[in-house]
Design a protein around this ligand. Structure first.
Ligand code: M6R
Length: 586
């Protein structure tokens, strides 16, 4: 996790760097820092917490060489000392790091003559470079020599006051790209902070070192052999990058789902056909984490029901332990909003070693996952900033439905169906956007919430529970409705909320029976569906659609429920504690 940003070019104000860093805060927000070359010396500033209250002297400082970091702690407590940038004694060398240095303890022992200030793994890289500089090497050679002994994942930005015309960027298994602007060259963990400065990007590859000056860059491998990296023009985002009229990104991203869905459906039929040809004689395994994992559960259902392909779903963090036992004809179908999730990337790497083909469904253009795949379907849903994934989930479901239908020769008819659904999704949001707050207020004082559903409504329950727990910190769990009696029913006592996902589908009456069983034990039953039932103590009404498309209509009110509950509890849904948007460590 963590976000890093750097710049070399015409002198710019410090607030441009802190502003860019602020846009990376969704990657980590427990502490932050910046370092500038000002005159011949390095000036730096670090603080704990979010990027607020930036001192005026930092905002107004003018510099043509700067780096910044927003942290999601892995090694060492959350405090100013452990915050980046790390700066050498004498303020001559500075560095920011995203990733994990796995062999930092061994390296630290070898550098025992150095004075370490922090508890981080990152500081070891600073001392390694310093050690190499002290042997007379220039900055580029010192960095290259240092990174060649590192194990783990790292994207680094480094500069030295002794070589003020150079910014060095290194990428290995953590994201990093360059943005080429009129004012100079930026480096950042992703495009988001740079999109207001440029649409020209260079996507660095693993084991790349970029030597960057004011108006040019050169890329090398770790042995300093030159490598060619192209500048790509990236089209601007489909959604606005600000919060617009909304209080939070998460709320904006929930509300814009109907619009986003239309955009997601702008797909080339040809790619869908090509993917079908790859899938039809393969054993298909979906791999993903978190919300993308829940979306792949729908993929499994859609494919089995519509296309006659029977995929399995494996959590990407468990995939490495199963890869050796998969059949020879395996095809790995990876889902990820960011395309940078370390568990997914590691799994894909291991799958490729086995010779398996990789198909992915990704939101972020040209992300590491997209580049590692044989075929990619883009979600086209715009930047998703809220840590809790919302609009990416609905786009994933819609596109999995489209792909499964396409594999059955029904691309066009499925597209027509999906295009009609966005209006129903809009109605589902409009019907509930205010009334759901009554329920959220009630949830403010509960300790546990259970979600139940059968068939397709079970993965929906899983996703709704994930949303509620990750942003409100209320314990939330989902069960297949029929499994309550096999254990979880013991958790039910007077007033415990049970949310029953029960659209009027083929499993409706069985689900209602399970709701009655829970109610008989004192549960407060919240029903969500298109038809009210006497068992419900509170009802969330959604419009009617075809059975397989219900998930698209059911999820927005449940996302809103999680959002408002978090707000009532005075928790920031955009930045839940302990989490980060992009999990770039395993
Ligand atoms: O970017 P990805 O889709 O690969 O991210 C996967 C998970 O880290 C992500 O869905 C996470 O669980 C979200 N916080 C869920 O809202």
């Amino acid at each position: 996790m963590c976000g890093i940003v750097g710049f070399i070019g015409e002198p710019i104000k410090g607030k441009i760097i802190t502003g860019a860093l602020k846009k990376l805060e969704y990657r980590g927000y427990d502490s932050w820092g910046v370092a500038f070359l000002s005159g011949k010396k390095i000036t730096f500033f670090k603080a704990v917490g979010e990027i607020n209250g930036i001192p005026k002297k930092i905002q107004e400082i003018k510099s043509g060489l700067a780096i910044g970091h927003t942290r999601w702690a892995t090694h060492g407590k959350i405090n100013e000392v452990n915050a980046h940038p790390h700066v050498s004694a004498g303020n001559k060398l500075t560095l920011v790091h995203n990733g994990i240095i796995e062999n930092f303890s061994e390296l630290k022992k070898e550098l025992c003559s150095h004075n370490f200030c922090s508890e981080t793994d990152s500081e070891v890289v600073l001392h390694l470079i310093e050690e190499n500089l002290s042997k007379g090497m220039d900055l580029l050679h010192s960095v290259s020599k240092s990174v060649s002994v590192l194990k783990g994942s790292f994207s680094l930005l480094v500069f030295s006051s002794d070589e003020p015309d150079k910014l060095i960027a290194v990428k290995n298994e953590s994201p990093l790209l360059l943005g080429i602007s009129d004012k100079g060259i930026f480096a950042a963990s992703d495009q988001i902070p740079l999109s207001s400065f440029t649409d020209k990007f260079v996507f660095l590859e693993d084991k790349d070192i970029a030597l960057i000056s004011k108006n040019k860059f050169q890329c090398f491998d770790f042995d300093l052999n030159k490598v060619e990296r192209k500048i790509l023009k990236v089209k601007s985002d489909v959604t606005s990058s600000g919060k617009l009229k909304y209080s939070h990104f998460m709320l904006k991203e929930i509300m814009e789902q109907p619009f986003v869905l239309r955009n997601a459906l702008e797909q080339e039929k040809k790619i869908f056909n090509e993917i079908f040809l790859m899938m039809k004689n393969s054993s298909v395994f979906f791999i993903a984490n978190g919300t993308s994992f829940n979306a792949s559960l729908f993929g499994k259902e859609f494919f089995s029901r519509i296309s006659g392909i029977f995929p399995q779903v494996i959590d990407a963090s468990e995939f490495p332990y199963q890869v050796d036992f998969l059949p020879k004809n395996s095809l790995i179908f990876a889902l990820s909003q960011s395309g940078e999730t370390a568990d997914v990337l590691d799994s894909v790497k291991k799958a490729k070693k086995k010779g398996f083909k990789i198909v992915s469904m990704v939101n972020v253009f040209n992300s590491s996952l997209a580049r590692a795949s044989d075929k990619v379907i883009y979600l086209n849903c715009g930047e998703e900033i809220g840590v809790a994934s919302t609009k990416a989930f609905t786009s994933q479901i819609a596109l999995l439905y489209l792909l499964a239908s396409s594999c059955a020769g029904k691309f066009d008819s499925a597209l027509t169906e999906l295009k009609k659904v966005f209006l129903k999704m809009q109605q589902s949001i409009e019907l509930n956007k205010n009334s759901i707050k009554f329920l959220s207020e009630k949830f403010k004082s509960v300790k546990d919430v259970y979600f139940i559903g059968r068939s397709l409504n079970y993965p929906l329950a899983l996703e709704a529970a994930l949303k509620l727990k990750e942003i409100s910190y209320i314990h939330a769990e989902a069960f297949p409705a029929g499994s309550l009696k096999h254990g979880p029913l013991a958790l039910i006592s007077d007033g415990v909320p049970v949310i029953v996902v029960a659209p009027k589908d083929s499993v409706f009456s069985d689900t209602i029976n399970n709701a009655i069983e829970a109610k008989s034990r004192g549960a407060f039953i919240v029903g969500i569906g298109d038809e009210e039932n006497p068992v419900f103590d509170f009802f969330i009404k959604i419009p009617k659609v075809k059975e397989l498309l219900f998930p698209l209509i059911l999820i927005p009110p449940l996302q809103l429920l999680a959002f408002h509950t978090a707000v009532f509890l005075e928790r920031n849904p955009d930045k839940p504690r302990n989490l980060a948007k992009v999990c770039t460590v395993k």
